[in-house]
Structure formats: structure tokens, C-alpha cells
Design a protein around this ligand. Structure first.
Ligand SMILES: *[C@@H]1O[C@H](CO)[C@@H](O)[C@H](O)[C@H]1NC(C)=O
Ligand SMILES: *[C@@H]1O[C@H](CO)[C@@H](O)[C@H](O)[C@H]1NC(C)=O
Ligand SMILES: *[C@@H]1O[C@H](CO)[C@@H](O)[C@H](O)[C@H]1NC(C)=O
Ligand SMILES: *[C@@H]1O[C@H](CO)[C@@H](O)[C@H](O)[C@H]1NC(C)=O
Length: 859
């Protein structure tokens, strides 16, 4: 029997008095029992008397004796009766005793249960106290917030006299945004509405060339910024892609003035020249008066080009839409057959001393360029490939420029085998950009030869927003004698970085008509400080939304864990779109870790505050451990800590036909700190059965109805995911709460990586000429599978919208490898490996089969 504690005030609990009573009753029963036994023995003695009497000789039997005997007999009878009744009573007593005994043990059990309850209540009190403290903190934070209440500024209005022809900036001061652009049409809240002209009907200078005709219409239809209402439009876009040779500059001017919203001077108009005819000198706007319109094209003469106003774009020679990865060579090997290559024939009149060509000399500079390069190839560096003649040339080069050789195949093959590609800018310095120069630059990037531009007077495409120094080497011609030395000092790492950046720029901003137009519009939008359109979340219809579906049943479960691992807070989402008008979106160079085309609610690349600021003035939302004094286990489990404000994570679980496993997995989540929501991706076309009981785990469980059974659903950016952190977990992966919370804390410090438990290793198997992939517990790991891992929601957008569709298709084809794709994607963007955590069992047990690794996914 356990120690019975009397409460301090001395008030005995009811069950305690019961116990005393039961003891008394026990004693009483014992006494009764003794009395009964004694009388029984006595009576038995009397009973046996007659037999004894036979042995005794009874002398005489008188009447008196007889009556006495009768009396005695009667007494015996009555005593027998008494005995029987006592016996009965004894039996009753015994059964009562047993009943009481079982009652006693029942109470004993209750005592045990209650004392267990006391323990859990005490724990609950502790965690409630923690929660209360959190709430107090939150309240004090709310009170302390001095943020002014933000209201959108009053919208700018269009100038009243928007039809009046304003004087152009006086001669010599050419158009800039501030002098030629009407900002009143483009409030920062306007969302950048774009009105697209019908290039044939509205511009009326002939038909578009066929390859543009279809592509352009489709582009307009899918454009996020398109408006059909010209009165609200910020900019008006006219695409030019006609056979322009047939029209005159004055004819073009007349056509422009007839554009319905030209307003006399073409303010806020964007004229985009997408011709792709290398044969024609297609600076079609060169001699025409285009007023205040922004001109977007490849070739530009210095006298026409208005820097920071007009835009240089790459030549439109790719496809209309879509991914181009199939056309591109691999990044590796870094060093290729030729260290540097150049092929082209100089157009112009050059005379060499050795008499190779007999035209008159026009440029000493080009003369020395050519002879120096020839020299360097012959005498210094045999890995250089330079050729100054072609069998047939691509026409269209201007005087003083190197024509390109006609045979595409050999030109492209040469670039694929070159580490660097030399591009010599035109000798005539009055050109800012030419078609041939841009084509060379385009092809070098496409085939992974790092462009080396000799002659720094040229303007590269989108120079305003792309940091070309990361992908090209640009040197003035005066560095002719030194550039070879400079290039030879490049390390493999530097070359790989440049090639990769070039590849990224090419794929994102050059590769198709769509990407060229998108980038040109994004550039103008960035100039106007208007944030891009927000990225769209995936709708997440619940399997329970439809009434004819099953009901949603909740069942109470007990928490699995008895440790306190963190405060149990109310659920709250992560802060979204806090950077609409700050540095990240407002003005920035377009980089790989920041998609310029869409506005993301949050990214994993934001910098943290200095470590002291959470104590000095910027403490909103921060939860320093031990209020900044640090501490051990207790303090650690009471605060999230870190250099970032508090936050929560969403659990995403993919499930297919394993309801019981799923329900058990969900039950285990009860009481998990920092959990915002459990999202179950129901990959099964049949809805859950009606008798399935869903556990009540203290946070919402959202079960998403999918349209297709696909492993890619695991990474869809569902709108119900409201936190930056996603914990992707398989239904059969058993992680303890402390492991999950530890993983979350680590992820907070490594937000741009995958942080998780099951590690894998991949390498190139030289013997078999294939990829090796295994889960042996080696010391070298390269992946963390998403069967139990944290990652940022940004990567869900990247996986679903930005990563080439072919990879997702392979995942569907193999019904596997989605975690390999995710690992490679994240590392591709960040250039960082994932973070592997060790779990309690060394490595968690999961029945993830090793996939047959399709080599073409990784290559
Ligand atoms: C350079 O080009 C401009 C524009 O086409 C032309 O006017 C000029 O004559 C050229 N200069 C030379 C030296 O060819
Ligand atoms: C930022 O942009 C998003 C998406 O357009 C919008 O939902 C949000 O309200 C904006 N926030 C502010 C402060 O303007
Ligand atoms: C609800 O589900 C039933 C059966 O699956 C379907 O026929 C019906 O169209 C659904 N209704 C809605 C509003 O989705
Ligand atoms: C590693 O795993 C692979 C396949 O799972 C197996 O073939 C190989 O022998 C293992 N290597 C070691 C060193 O255990």
C-alpha cells in the first residue's frame, strides 16, 4: 500500500475515511468469526455426547430423566438451529468481506490514477505558466510597437493635359526617365498595368514576321501585367517585328503618331524591336523621331542611344517559350580543349605589312590587334584558337567589325570546346552595340564559353540590372598585350562561377522571346520602383469541404512526450511580403537568389540583425534564451532563442492508402511545440473512409484533396502553408519531439538549406561510368532526404514553378527521386550542402527504398 499523504490542512480525503472504516469492519468480522468458531466447537462437543453416553452406563431412567432428556434434546435442536443460522451469517459476512476487499482494491487503483493525474496537472501548470509568460511578452510587444499605422499614399493621377504635346527636353539634354516619363500613370501601388498594342492593326506598318506572330499573342495572353483598359495603363507596348526594309523613317514616324494613345509625343511608350534577321542592318528606329518612347532593341548607335532610358536586349534568336536546358552543354569540365577561341573575318579595309590583304589601312588599332593575336597563338599559347578568315560569312557586320562565319555547327562546336570566347568590339566607336556583337555574346553564353570582351565602349544587354562582371571579362583594347596574362591567372573556381552565372543569365533573361520581353518589362518596372506581381500559391481544397464527403471526427489523444521542449503558443503565421518596398524588391541587381519576375512572401536569404540589436531597440518578436543571460536545459526549453524573431513551422505529410499509419503519425504530434499546422496531402483518389477518427492534436489538421497522385505534390506551395519553415515528413518516419524541435532550431540558423535526418551519399562511379547512390553510413554525405527534413517554403515555389518541368516529369515517371531533385535544386541555388542531423537511433529507420538512379536526371 502506498504512503497515504494527508493534505496539510488535515482534512482527510473521503477515500481515507473509507479505508479506516474498512479496517474497523475487518476487525469486527474477525471477532464474529472467532465467536462462531468457538460456539461451533462447543456444539460439536455436545452433539457427540450420545455416543459418549453409550459408553457410559446410565443407571436409571426415570420420568424425570426422560423429561430432562427431552428438554436437552430440544435445547440441542435449538442450538443446531442457531448453528445453522450462524453458519449462514458467516457465509454472508464472508461474501461481504470479499466485496469490501474488491472495493478497497478499486479505490487503490483510483488513488494511483489520481496521483498520475496530479503529476500531469503539475506539468500542465508548468507549461501553462510558460504559455502565459509568452502571452505577456506578446502583449508587452504589442504595447511597445511604435510603428505608425501604414496607409497607402494617395494614388498619383494622370496629368490633366495628357494629350498636350509637351516640349521635348532641349537639344543636347536627351531623354531620361525624369524628363520624358510620366510617372503619374504608374503609382507604386498600381501593379504596373501594361497595355499591349496590336502590332499589326495599331502600328500599321506591315505584317509581323511569322515566327513572332503566334508567339507574341500567346505571350500577351499569359502576361501578368496586361490591362485592356488604356486609361489605367502605366506603359504602352508596341512590338516591332515587320519586314522593316520596306518602310521609310518618315513612314514609321507617321505610323507612330497614329498610335491611339501616343499623345503627341509617345510618353510611356515602349517600342520593342524583336527582329531577328542578321542580314539586315535593323536599327529601324535609328533615323526616326520616336519622341519620348523608350526604345528596346539590340543594335544602337551612340548618337541615338539614351543611356538609362533606352534598353539594349539580346538578339531574339531563341525559341518563343520554354526551357532551353537541352540545348546547353554541361558546365563541367571547367577547362575545355581551347583556352580561348576566336573566329571571324574583319570587315573593312585593312592592310597588313605582310600583304595578306591589300586594302587601304583604316585602323592601326585593329591592325595591331590582329597581328598580336596571331602572334600569341603561334608563339605563346598553343591552347588558343584564333582564326581571321571564314569560308562564308554572316552578312550584317558593320564596317570595322569582325563578321561571323556562316557555318553554325562549327561555330557552336568551337564555343563548346572553349573555356573563354574572345569578342572584339567594333572598331567604329560610335556604335554602342551591334547585331553581330550581341549575337557573338549570346552564343558564347549559350555554349558556356566565358565571354572576354576587348573594347569596353560597348553596352551589354540589361546592363542596368545584371552584374555582368560576374559572368564576363571586359577589358579596354589598350590591355591587348596583358589580357592573356590576366586570363591565365583565373582559377578553376573563378571560371566555374563565371560560367555558371553566365548560364543562369542566359537561361533566365536571354533564352526565349518570352524571357527577353519579361526582362525588359521587369527592368522598366524596377526603374519605377513598383514591386512585381506576387507569386501565386497553390489552392488546397480540403477532402472534407464537400458535404457528401465524410465527416471530420476528432478524437482526444494523450501527448506522447512528457518533457517540456518549448512554449506551447497559439498558432500564428509568418510575416508575409514585408519587403514590397525595401531594398530587396525596390532596387536591386537581378541575382539568382532573387527572382525579379515575382514577389515572394518571404525568402530564405534575408540577413539577420546584429546580435545586440534584439536587446537594444529592435527586440520585437525575439525570444532570447534566459532573457539574454543564456542558461541550461530549463531556460533553453522555455525560449526559442536565435537571432531571428519567433516563428512556427508547418508539417507536410504525403499519404497514400495507409490511414492507420497516418493517424498514428498524427497522434504523435500532440503537444509538439512550434507546430503551426499539420498538412496532409491526400494522394489517394478515394477520400478517407467515414469511420476514420482524426486525432485532436491541438493545432489544425488540413487534409488536401489532390488532383493527381504525384510525389511532386509533396513540394507544392499550398496556400494553407503559412509559415516559412516546412517540415516534410513521411508517415512512417518516427521522430521524437525533441528531435523535431532540435531540427527546427538548427534550421532557423541555416534557413537557406535543407536540414534533416536521413542522409544519402552520391558520387561518380568511375568503374561503371554511372552514378553511385547509397545510404551506407559513410562519413561523406551529400543529401538529406525529405522524408524527414525542414526546408523553406521558397523552395516549394522554386520546385514547382521555376525548376525545369522535365525534372518533375521524371519524378512522376520513376515514382521516386523527388528528394534527390529537391536536394539538387536547393544546392543549385545556394551552392551549399544540406545539413544532416543525427537522431537518437543513429539514423532514423525508414523504409525508403533506394531508387534506381536515373543518370540523366543528374547530368
Ligand atoms: C562610324 O559609324 C558611324 C555611324 O554609322 C558613321 O557615320 C561613321 O562614318 C563611321 N566611322 C568610320 C570611321 O567608319
Ligand atoms: C505587398 O505585396 C503583397 C502582394 O502584392 C500584398 O498582398 C501586400 O499587401 C503588400 N504589402 C504592403 C505593405 O504593401
Ligand atoms: C461533392 O462530391 C460529389 C461526389 O464525390 C460530387 O458528385 C459533387 O460534384 C461534389 N460537389 C462539389 C460542390 O464539389
Ligand atoms: C554500400 O551500399 C551498397 C548498396 O546499398 C552496397 O552495394 C555496398 O557494398 C555498400 N558498401 C559498403 C562499404 O558497405
Amino acid at each position: 500500500m502506498p504512503d497515504i499523504r494527508i493534505s496539510p490542512r488535515g482534512v482527510a480525503c473521503p477515500w481515507l475515511s473509507w479505508i479506516r472504516w474498512s479496517r474497523l469492519i475487518g476487525l469486527f468480522l474477525l471477532c464474529l468469526f472467532m465467536v462462531a468458531v468457538i460456539s461451533h466447537i462447543y456444539l460439536t462437543d455436545i452433539n457427540s455426547d450420545p455416543t459418549d453416553g453409550q459408553k457410559l452406563r446410565i443407571p436409571l431412567q426415570t420420568d424425570e430423566d426422560e423429561s430432562q432428556i427431552r428438554k436437552l434434546n430440544q435445547e440441542i435442536k435449538s442450538l443446531r438451529k442457531i448453528k445453522a443460522s450462524v453458519n449462514n451469517e458467516l457465509r454472508d459476512m464472508e461474501s461481504k468481506r470479499q466485496k469490501l476487499q474488491s472495493q478497497i482494491s478499486g479505490y487503490q487503483k483510483q488513488i494511483d490514477i489520481l496521483s498520475a493525474q496530479i503529476e500531469t496537472s503539475e506539468k500542465e501548470i508548468k507549461s501553462t505558466q510558460l504559455t502565459l509568460e509568452q502571452l505577456k511578452l506578446e502583449k508587452s510587444e504589442m504595447d511597445k510597437q511604435y510603428l505608425p499605422i501604414l496607409k497607402a499614399p494617395i494614388k498619383m493621377l494622370m496629368g490633366e493635359n495628357s494629350n498636350i504635346k509637351l516640349p521635348m527636353p532641349f537639344d543636347g539634354q536627351r531623354c531620361k526617365m525624369h524628363s520624358c516619363f510620366d510617372f503619374s500613370r504608374c503609382s507604386v501601388f498600381s501593379g504596373f498595368p501594361v497595355y499591349f498594342y496590336d502590332s499589326e492593326k495599331d502600328l500599321n506598318i506591315g505584317e509581323l514576321v511569322p515566327f513572332l506572330k503566334n508567339g507574341i499573342d500567346e505571350y500577351f495572353e499569359e502576361n501578368l501585367y496586361r490591362t485592356f483598359d488604356p486609361s489605367t495603363a502605366c506603359i504602352f507596348v508596341a512590338i516591332v517585328g515587320q519586314q522593316i526594309n520596306r518602310i521609310t523613317y518618315s513612314g514609321l514616324e507617321k505610323s507612330l503618331e497614329k498610335l491611339p494613345f501616343w499623345h503627341g509625343d509617345g510618353r510611356n511608350h515602349i517600342l520593342i524591336n524583336l527582329m531577328r534577321d542578321e542580314n539586315a542592318d535593323i536599327d529601324i528606329f535609328g533615323g526616326a523621331n520616336t519622341g519620348r518612347a523608350i526604345i528596346v532593341q539590340s543594335p544602337f548607335v551612340k548618337t541615338i542611344f539614351r543611356s538609362e532610358f533606352d534598353i539594349v536586349i539580346p538578339p531574339n534568336v531563341g525559341k518563343a517559350f520554354g526551357d532551353v536546358w537541352e540545348e546547353l552543354p554541361p558546365i563541367s569540365p571547367i577547362r575545355r580543349k581551347h583556352f580561348l577561341s576566336f573566329i571571324g573575318s574583319f570587315k573593312g579595309k585593312v592592310q597588313f605589312q605582310n600583304g595578306e590583304q591589300t586594302d587601304e589601312q583604316i585602323s592601326n588599332v585593329e591592325d595591331s590587334v590582329i597581328s598580336f593575336l596571331k602572334n600569341i597563338q603561334l608563339k605563346l599559347d598553343p591552347e588558343i584558337f584564333i582564326k581571321f578568315s571564314c569560308d562564308t560569312i554572316i552578312p550584317g557586320a558593320i564596317n570595322g567589325e569582325y563578321s561571323m562565319c556562316q557555318s553554325d555547327e562549327s561555330r557552336h562546336e568551337l564555343l563548346k570546346q572553349s573555356t573563354f570566347a574572345l569578342i572584339i568590339s567594333p572598331a567604329n566607336e560610335s556604335y554602342v552595340s551591334t547585331n553581330i556583337f550581341q549575337l557573338r555574346f549570346y552564343e558564347a553564353l549559350k555554349y558556356g564559353a566565358i565571354p572576354v570582351i576587348l573594347g569596353d565602349q560597348v553596352t551589354l544587354p540589361y546592363m542596368e540590372i545584371l552584374d555582368w562582371k560576374k559572368a564576363t571579362v571586359i577589358l579596354p583594347k589598350a590591355r591587348l598585350t596583358e589580357f592573356h596574362f590576366i586570363l591565365r591567372t583565373f582559377t578553376d573556381t573563378a571560371m566555374a562561377t563565371m560560367r555558371r552565372t553566365g548560364r543562369y543569365y542566359f537561361e533566365t533573361y536571354f533564352s526565349s522571346t518570352q524571357s527577353i520581353l519579361d526582362t525588359a518589362l521587369a527592368l522598366i518596372r524596377t526603374r519605377l520602383n513598383i514591386p512585381p506581381a506576387p507569386i501565386s500559391d497553390m489552392k488546397s481544397p480540403s477532402v472534407f469541404d464537400n458535404n457528401s464527403y465524410v465527416d471530420y471526427k476528432y478524437e482526444e489523444v494523450n501527448p506522447e512526450n512528457d518533457e517540456i521542449l518549448g512554449p506551447l503558443e497559439a498558432v500564428f503565421p509568418s510575416v508575409k511580403f514585408s519587403n514590397n518596398f525595401t531594398q530587396n524588391v525596390f532596387y536591386h541587381k537581378f541575382t539568382q537568389t532573387g527572382d525579379p519576375f515575382r514577389n515572394y512572401p518571404f525568402t530564405p536569404f534575408e540577413h539577420v540583425l546584429p546580435s545586440e540589436s534584439k536587446f537594444i531597440g529592435s527586440g520585437y518578436g525575439f525570444r532570447p534564451i534566459g532573457k539574454g543571460e543564456g542558461g541550461a536545459g530549463k531556460e533553453f526549453s522555455e525560449a526559442l532563442g536565435g537571432n531571428l524573431p519567433r516563428e512556427q513551422f508547418t508539417l507536410v505529410m504525403l499519404t497514400y492508402e495507409r490511414s492507420n499509419v497516418l493517424i498514428t503519425a498524427l497522434q504523435r504530434l500532440k503537444g509538439l511545440p512550434f507546430l503551426n499546422k499539420a498538412v496532409v496531402v491526400w494522394n489517394n483518389p478515394a477520400p478517407p473512409t467515414p469511420d476514420l477518427k482524426w486525432p485532436d492534436i491541438g493545432v489544425p489538421i488540413h487534409v488536401i484533396k489532390t488532383t493527381k497522385n504525384s510525389l511532386n505534390n509533396r513540394f507544392l506551395p499550398y496556400d494553407v502553408i503559412e509559415t516559412e519553415a516546412i517540415l516534410s515528413i513521411d508517415d512512417d518516419a518516427h521522430l521524437r519531439h525533441d528531435e523535431i524541435v532540435f531540427g527546427f532550431r538548427v534550421w532557423r540558423e541555416e534557413r537557406d538549406r535543407i536540414v534533416g535526418f536521413p542522409g544519402r551519399f552520391h558520387a561518380w562511379d568511375v568503374k561503371n561510368n554511372a552514378w553511385l547512390y547509397n545510404s551506407n553510413y559513410s562519413c561523406e554525405l551529400s543529401m538529406v532526404l525529405t522524408g524527414a527534413a525542414f526546408f523553406h517554403k521558397y523552395y516549394a515555389y522554386m520546385y514547382s514553378y521555376v525548376m525545369p518541368a522535365a525534372i518533375r516529369e521524371k519524378v512522376d515517371e520513376y515514382v521516386n527521386c523527388e528528394d534527390i531533385a529537391m536536394n539538387f535544386l536547393v544546392s543549385h541555388i545556394t551552392r551549399k550542402p544540406p545539413v544532416k542531423e543525427t537522431s537518437s537511433q543513429g539514423d532514423i529507420t525508414m523504409d525508403i527504398p533506394l531508387p534506381r538512379l536515373p543518370t540523366d536526371i543528374i547530368q
